[in-house]
Design a protein around this ligand. Sequence first.
Ligand SMILES: [Fe+2]
Ligand SMILES: [Fe+2]
Length: 383
Amino acid sequence: MPTHTERVRPTVTDEAIDAVIAAGRTEREDVVRAVQSSTDVAFTWDYERNRVPLAKLYEKAKHSQWNGTSDLPWSTPVDQEAVAGQVDGGTTARRFTALAQADGSPLKSWGTREWTRFAVESQNSTLSQILHGEQGALVCTAKIVETVPWIDAKYYAATQVMDEARHVEVFSRYLDEKLSGHYPINPHLQALLDDIIGDPRWDITYLGMQIMVEGLALAVFGSIHQMTTEPLLKKLLRYVMADEARHVAFGVLGLQEYYAQLSAPELRERQEFAYEAALRLRRRWFQPDVWERMGVDPRPVVRIMLESPPRAEQVFAGMLFSKIVPNCRKLGLLDAGDGWLRARFTELGVIGYEHAVDTGEDYDTFDEVAKDRARSSGEAQPR
Ligand SMILES: [Fe+2]
Ligand SMILES: [Fe+2]
């Protein structure tokens, strides 16, 4: 796997800026992408139901299925400028105000019209990447069904395949019917998915998808859900997050057991994988393609962001790790060996999240489907 050690530096070369822009832009979009994978597929003949927490999660998942067609209010009219203004306008303004004021900034002349259009494009881009990430989750979970050697985990993972298909379906429909444009998969996300799918070690699929990608997704969903008042998107996210909380719990349960018996060098490989994945996920957020669609040369924007990252942008980037870091701690990856990953996360400025609240722990309280069913059955039976 290629290594990425680019760091934010006070002085930034033209080459570094070119590299960021080239890496953030998709040159072509093939409809089908084939990725080589040489993983062993595991049959297990003992059918031993001895992993109680996984079995409990499986029962929960069966009860919490929902239907993306009939359980969401698709007839809700959506005013995208208003929605983007809530979801991205506020944060965009906070994240990029300093950028607009910097010397040489091409955004100096921007008024409300431009920022609103940017918020709309930014929302198209963010939801598009979420959609692609969901398809990554669909494919990875199907792979976990094949490769995990425990029957309880195969059962559970099979429910997650259905969950992820539903997520792809509802995000795709929301983009098509309610938003105004698609973006191809970001190359960093594509590279990460390729690494996860191509790796022959079954646990790397868990670590990459269930801990890193899903952890980041939960943080992003949480922040969008908090900011938007659009009822369809809010309910869609509430339902998706309820599923995702189980998915992260599955990753932690599966890997805790396995990592407890790995050697120090084997754990170090996992630490390095987690760190590389973290860097890739973090570097997504330059969005040069969005600036280009706005007719803005992304070079000066990227230069300003690299030279003096806006404080709010740093906080936002850090927030993306609010689920990843505590889960790496639970897996023992922060402190394994000589604490290599703790040192890296400290350098990235995200170690403060190691004890952050983790929704995977209490997926029961996130069960929106059960809550809604209880509510509607209460309404149906007046006392
Ligand atoms: Fe998902
Ligand atoms: Fe998921």
